[in-house]
Design a protein around this ligand. Structure first.
Ligand code: T1G
Ligand code: NAD
Length: 644
């Protein structure tokens, strides 16, 4: 056995040379891995070995370039040197893949002559998520194996495919049960059957008949989802180069576009976000061995806008749910919404109709809170009313088993005050989901003064398990996201009174990259959230709109009017007139407000509030605030977030 570099060793097993990479945690292509790969191929080529297997120790095959190296000057040797050595080797090179062959990892595997994998392996080029594109030939090789259509889908989504999909589209040659044994057996057969030393760069069968319309149609199909992002378009251009140019020219084009992106702010922001999302899971002062509470069953109180969606998150990963409402009619309505959501997904092919039934069967429903007795985590999602919540937490404290976690989905209320209604404040925590709760990834975990370490650790862990992005925050009105949202709302409302229109303000924030502006968002959520007719006194524009019967999208009339079928918004001159009238009654002079002023007056108060949130230690780090805004409100990831 030869230890070639700190992370790469070479052994010979029978007639087969085995190069093993061991660079935890994900076998990233750090410079010593690249060097070891080159040395390994060179040594194996001159040895008595008849073929070469490339395999990795640990949890996964190479998961990509070492992202931590991006911020440093490039260190030799280049990855391409290792890839060339593999591709031009005079002996068969077989890549043996487990875990996730991603980015540069898949690009290395594509330079082997053959690829075998475990059934559980995954394959992807996720560089687009970092604001990049595969910069080691992947944009030229992948289309030559899968065809341009599949390559377009994989490279602009960045999502991996399974081993069976990879086998089907020719990305791998065999699925094996035991990786090393299977790879060595494949290598021996490659020699005994004199299999050709296939170089993907020499293939053109999958790219010769690509339709030009494929690319324009594809661009249209992702335009909405990728609006403002550069990397998806650049990935498409690389695949066009693969179809239209000879291989080497295509590589040159890939390098040009890769360098453009690498130098740009979007990629810097998205690389920052990659680490920000992972940093949010690290809670200083929380011992690594903090015990987790076992969540076998989850209880949810309230099946309204939020409760049903929250239930789906747990059912989706197989955790049974007890859903309780105050009366049968509300319960039936809540369950019907859940079923409709699942059936819509099934209609799109996301799940089967059998999945729909299985998931609905995991929800037991009741109008009696005593049904929560066997639940380990209960999430309250009833009206945003402190007295009601305290009354409910008092009841839950008496009903639920000792140690059960009592969580509130409150948007802004004081978790400490809610906890004070129980004899178990150490088990009370905020779990603030974002609407729609079954879609938005954001979960603010709100730590009360008395909340225990194991309740915090459990809430963060279950948050990750239900595929949310959890961020821990302290108690204040609105926690992190909504507290900053309130500041934007105040300024946006002021600008309405000074002469701007809802459509103008919304357009400025839409053009900045938000999915929608503040007024469209209020219409979507419902203008009457927290509005009481009995106490309404025409003191704000929102109150006046509610008093005139406007509730937002839900009744077709809000800041905008909505088409009853398409729900498309149309600016409403009556609303503008109503705003002008209100402003005059306040003697506010009217003026033209520029888009730049609108953008600054909406964003800067949020950044200032974010700074206060950090100063008060409500958030642990600035990047946590960015994670909240990117995942909770669609702040464009390619700008890094308000604090970035
Ligand atoms: N480089 C450096 N560190 C990485 C890394 C990477 N590529 N991927 C993960 N880590 C660290 C991560 O920060 C964390 O560190 C630990 O590994 C576990 O990760 C030339 C230019 C592989 C699916 O984009 O998608 O190749 O917090 O918590 O949930 O064309 O990591 O423990 O200190 O995410 O099990 C392309 C990125 C790079 C893959 C595992 N590759 N990684 O998920 O663990 S660009 C990627 C992932 C490129 C080429 C281009 C995931 C994972 P710490 P984790 P996980
Ligand atoms: P909602 O009005 O849509 O639903 C609340 C449900 O609670 C209703 O179905 C009602 O029947 C039920 N309910 C009321 N009292 C009850 C009781 N005593 N027992 C059982 N059920 C009872 O409200 P929502 O939008 O789902 O909000 C629920 C909570 O989630 C609030 O605290 C809200 O601030 C918070 N929240 C809302 C959003 C949002 O965008 N809507 C986002 C995040 C958090």
């Amino acid at each position: 056995m030869a230890q070639l570099t700190e992370s790469v060793r070479l052994e010979q097993k029978g007639d087969i040379a085995v190069i093993t990479i061991s660079n935890p945690p994900v076998n990233a292509l750090s410079y010593h891995v690249r060097q070891g790969l080159i040395d390994g191929i060179k040594e194996a080529e001159t040895s008595s070995a008849t073929a070469i297997v490339l395999i990795c120790d640990g949890r996964t095959f190479i998961a990509g370039a070492d992202i931590t190296e991006f911020s440093q000057a490039p260190k030799p040797p280049s990855l391409q040197a290792g890839q060339d050595a593999m591709e031009n080797c005079s002996k068969p090179v077989i890549a043996a893949i487990h875990g996730t062959a991603l980015g540069g990892g898949l690009e290395v595997a594509l330079c082997a002559h053959y690829r075998v994998a475990l059934e559980t392996a995954q394959f992807g080029l996720p560089e687009v998520k970092l604001g990049l594109l595969p910069g080691a030939g992947g944009t030229q090789r992948l289309p030559r194996v899968t065809g341009p259509a599949k390559a377009l889908e994989m490279m602009t989504s960045g999502e991996p495919i399974s081993a069976s999909e990879a086998l089907e589209c020719g990305l791998i040659d065999e699925i094996v049960d035991d990786l090393e044994i299977g790879a060595i057996a494949f290598a021996e057969r490659a020699v005994s059957d004199s299999l050709p030393l296939l170089r993907i760069r020499d293939r053109s069968d999958k790219i010769s008949d690509a339709e030009v319309s494929l690319f324009d149609n594809f661009r249209k199909s992702i335009a909405k989802k990728t609006r403002g992002f550069l990397a998806p378009e650049y990935n498409i251009r690389c695949i066009e180069a693969a179809v239209n140019l000879p291989f080497e020219a295509g590589l040159t084009r890939e390098q040009e576009l890769f360098s453009d992106l690498m130098r740009g702010l979007q990629s810097t922001a998205q690389q920052y976000y990659f680490f920000a999302e992972r940093a949010a899971l690290k809670i200083p002062g929380l011992p690594k061995d903090t015990s987790l509470i076992d969540i076998q069953r989850c209880g949810i109180l309230g099946a309204g806008t939020m409760g049903g969606g929250i239930a789906m998150n747990f059912v989706n990963i197989g955790i049974p749910v007890t859903l309780v409402e105050r009366d049968q009619e509300s319960l039936n309505r809540g369950l019907a919404v859940v079923r409709a959501n699942y059936e819509r997904t099934a209609a799109r092919g996301g799940i089967t109709s059998e999945d729909v039934e299985n998931r609905m069967a995991l929800i037991s429903s009741s109008t009696d809170k005593n049904s929560f007795a066997d639940c380990d985590l209960i999430i309250e999602a009833v009206f945003e009313n402190m007295d009601l919540k305290k009354e409910i937490f008092r009841e839950l404290d008496a009903i639920c088993h000792p140690g059960a976690i009592l969580a509130s989905n409150t948007s802004a209320l004081d978790i400490n005050e809610i906890a004070s209604a129980t004899n178990r404040p150490e088990s009370v925590v905020g779990m603030h989901f974002f609407s729609p709760a079954n879609v938005m990834k954001m979960l603010e975990v709100v730590r009360g003064d008395a909340t225990s370490d194991s309740v915090i650790a459990t809430a963060m862990s279950i948050g990750k398990r239900i595929k949310k992005t959890p961020v821990l925050c302290g108690v204040c009105h609105g926690f992190i996201g909504n507290r900053m949202l309130f500041m934007r709302g105040i300024e946006a409302e002021k600008m309405l009174l000074e002469g701007a229109t809802p459509a103008q303000i919304d357009q400025v924030l839409f053009d900045f990259g938000f999915p929608m502006g503040p007024f469209a968002m209020m219409d979507l959520a419902g203008l009457d959230i927290g509005w009481q007719e009995s106490t309404s006194s025409s003191s704000t524009i929102r109150e006046i709109l509610c008093e005139t019967g406007r509730r937002g999208q839900k009744n077709g009339l809000g800041f905008y009017t909505y088409d009853s079928t398409t729900r498309a918004p149309t600016p409403d001159q009556d609303v503008v007139a109503l705003i002008r009238e209100f402003a005059e009654s306040k003697h506010i002079p009217q003026r033209e407000i520029t888009n730049q002023e609108i953008l600054e007056r909406c964003l800067y108060p949020m950044v200032n509030e974010g700074a206060k949130i950090l100063e008060e230690e409500i958030a642990i780090r600035g990047s946590d605030v960015d994670v909240v805004w990117i995942n909770g409100y669609g702040w464009p990831m390619y700008t890094g977030g308000p604090m970035f």
